[in-house]
Structure formats: structure tokens, C-alpha cells
Design a protein around this ligand. Structure first.
Ligand SMILES: NC(=O)c1ccc[n+]([C@@H]2O[C@H](COP(=O)([O-])OP(=O)(O)OC[C@H]3O[C@@H](n4cnc5c(N)ncnc54)[C@H](OP(=O)(O)O)[C@@H]3O)[C@@H](O)[C@H]2O)c1
Length: 332
């Protein structure tokens, strides 16, 4: 294995820590009840840790923090890893952006995780929703969210996130689903580094401006939905073919004797980002981690980059009109 491949396994963070570039995503649609230690997610996380994954991505909104906590505890107890070997990420949901909610919401997450600190805490979205007394009701039960928009300024939320770093409860902080202007507003006041920006990114959504901006500002980018949802049909017309059926990706995969999804993940790693593919399938979890033993050429990188069509999978249309809506320049 060449040195460059080894370097790709971690990216340094401003606080001197490092983020493992391959993480396991844990968003499972409609998971509203933790399945516990025998559930498919906990099994997947334990398998992933045994295979070498050290970065796990969860969020209050996914309702998977308890499963992450329970799987991690078992892998620590069986001696596979120590807590400090792992990089655990969770996120502050939209209902808790106001200054009096941030610490309470964080402590709820910490309790679900059954941990004493998290490695990275992200503001999940810039678009707040009014606080609801049931913290598990993530969205209003109506089609029109407009009356529930909360225009709380995420810069004030950020200041509360910094308090969590001061208290030693969080090692790094960052944001998710923010645009460049919103990130700049935070950078203008930040006492602690904005270490990571987590955004949707895959060959159909290159995020090249954001990537360039983050490189200049020493911010690590984590790509979510890095496989553009695997082999599932893509939702909005004009939908491109799933990446494993894309002829460019397929021919590069054939040449390297790798799967199309391994090529996609390798492409993203070579762009200098971390990736968090979700899988509960043992074979896929294994496949997604084995992307360090080959290298894409400049031409192959360029060919994959040419697939960009700014195609966003995440459906945000219900937040259009929110004062802090981040994707104003796009059809969503
Ligand atoms: N910050 C945010 O707002 C945000 C938004 C969305 C997602 N995320 C995070 O990012 C993670 C990943 O994103 P995502 O789940 O939307 O999409 P994704 O990782 O691009 O795709 C997940 C899909 O791909 C399949 N898959 C995974 N590896 C595969 C392989 N090697 N071959 C074939 N199929 C494969 C999975 O099925 P199997 O389980 O059957 O393998 C699953 O259906 C989430 O779980 C979450 O942690 C963050």
C-alpha cells in the first residue's frame, strides 16, 4: 500500500484530532424505535467496528443514538476498541436551535448514546422549527410547515455549541446542510474552529464551490449520501441511473476489478473528503471499507467529475421560504 493510501485513512482536524475518512451512516428510514442490541443496526455497527470502521455517524433525528451507544459499548467491553479510538458524530435537531434548548438537547443525545463526550457535534440544519414539547416529534404533522418555521439565528446556536466544547463534552463542532454564506457568518464570530461541514455529495452533486471554499478555510467536508442511495432508483425527474449502472463508473470499476460503489467512494476520498455510506448489509459494509488498495488516475477522476448534474436527493421543498433556507439558488 502506498503512503498516499495510508494518508487517506484520516484527515486532520483543527483541534489536533483526526477524523477517520470512512464512517458508517446510521440513518434508517422510519426507524422510530430503537431495536436494541439484537437489531440489525446494532449488529451492523458491531460488524463495522470489527472490520476496522472507527467513525460512526448518527443524529437525534435518526433515533439511532441508543443503538450506536449499545453497539459501541459491546465492542469496548469485548476489547476490540477503546472509546478514544472511535469518532462518534451526532447532530442537534431543528427543534432545538434556540439558546435555551441546545444544552438540553445535547444532554438527551449523550444519554441515548450512554457516553461521556462526543467527537463531533453538528447543527443538523440552519432551518429551525418551533420547539415542540415532545422532543421525538421531529416534524409537524401537517403538509405546510410555514407556521412552524422558527427564525432563530444559527449564529446564536453556534455560540451555545461552543459552550459544549468549553465544558469538554464535545471535541469538535460543525454544521450540516449550510451554504457558504451561512458558514461565513459563523466563521466571523467563531471562538472555536468550525471543523466539519457535512453535506450531500456524490458524483451527481459535486459541491465543487463549497469544497473549494472549505479547503481554503481548513474545514473538513464529510459527504453524506456518498453512494447517491446505492442501487435504489433516484427520486426526482430527470433522474440519472443509479451510480452502479452508470457506464463511466462501471467501466472504471471493471478496469480496477472493484465494484462501482468502491470506485465512487475512492473518488470522494481522493477529493479529500470523509464519507459515511450507510449499510446494514455485511457484504456492503465490508466492500465500502476496502477502498484503500487502488488509486484513480487524473483522467478517471476527471471522467467521474464530469457526471455532475447538481442533482440533490434530499427533499427540502417544505422549507422553501424559511428565512435561513440554504438552497435558494436551486430547484429543490
Ligand atoms: N446531515 C444530513 O442531513 C444527512 C442526510 C442524509 C444522510 N446523512 C448521513 O449519511 C448517511 C449515508 O447517507 P444515505 O443513507 O442517505 O445514502 P447512501 O449511503 O448513499 O446509500 C445508502 C444505501 O446504499 C446501499 N448500499 C450501501 N453500500 C452498498 C454497496 N456497497 N452496494 C450496494 N448498495 C449499497 C444501502 O443498502 P444496504 O443497507 O442494503 O447496504 C442503502 O440503501 C446516512 O445514513 C446518515 O448517517 C446525513
Amino acid at each position: 500500500m502506498d503512503e498516499r493510501s495510508l494518508v487517506l485513512k484520516y484527515i486532520l482536524l483543527p483541534n489536533g484530532g483526526k477524523i477517520p475518512t470512512i464512517g458508517l451512516g446510521t440513518f434508517i428510514d422510519n426507524q422510530y424505535v430503537s431495536e436494541g442490541s439484537d437489531g440489525k443496526l446494532a449488529i451492523a455497527i458491531r460488524n463495522a467496528i470489527s472490520l476496522g470502521y472507527r467513525h460512526i455517524d448518527t443524529a437525534w433525528m435518526y433515533n439511532t443514538e441508543a443503538d450506536v451507544g449499545c453497539a459501541v459499548k459491546e465492542k469496548i467491553q469485548d476489547g476490540t476498541v477503546a472509546r478514544e479510538d472511535l469518532f462518534i458524530v451526532t447532530k442537534l435537531w431543528r427543534n432545538f436551535l434556540s439558546h435555551d434548548q441546545v444544552s438540553k438537547a445535547f444532554h438527551r443525545s449523550l444519554k441515548e448514546l450512554d457516553m461521556t463526550y462526543v467527537d463531533l457535534y453538528l447543527i443538523h440544519s440552519s432551518t429551525g422549527l418551533k420547539f415542540n414539547s415532545n422532543p421525538r416529534q421531529h416534524y409537524p404533522d401537517v403538509d405546510d410547515y410555514t407556521p412552524y418555521f422558527d427564525d432563530v439565528d444559527y449564529v446564536d446556536t453556534w455560540k451555545e455549541m461552543e459552550e459544549l466544547v468549553d465544558a469538554g463534552l464535545v471535541k469538535s463542532i460543525g454544521v450540516s446542510n449550510f451554504n457558504i454564506q451561512q458558514i461565513e457568518r459563523i466563521l466571523a464570530v467563531a471562538r472555536h474552529p468550525l471543523s466539519v461541514v457535512q453535506v450531500e455529495m456524490h458524483p451527481y452533486l459535486s459541491q465543487s464551490d463549497l469544497l473549494q471554499f472549505c479547503r481554503k478555510r481548513n474545514i473538513v467536508v464529510t459527504a453524506y449520501s456518498p453512494l447517491a442511495w446505492g442501487g435504489q432508483p433516484l427520486p426526482k425527474p430527470p433522474a440519472p441511473v443509479p451510480l452502479n449502472e452508470n457506464p463511466t463508473v462501471k467501466s472504471i470499476a471493471l478496469k480496477h476489478k472493484k465494484s462501482p460503489f468502491q470506485v465512487v467512494l475512492r473518488y470522494e476520498l481522493q477529493l479529500g473528503v470523509a464519507v459515511i455510506p450507510k449499510s446494514t448489509n455485511q457484504k456492503h459494509i465490508h466492500e465500502n471499507f476496502h477502498v484503500f488498495d487502488f488509486k484513480l488516475s487524473k483522467e478517471e477522476m476527471r471522467d467521474i467529475a464530469s457526471l455532475n448534474i447538481n442533482y440533490r436527493l434530499l427533499d427540502q421543498h417544505k422549507f422553501k421560504g424559511h428565512v435561513h433556507f440554504p438552497f435558494c439558488d436551486e430547484e429543490v
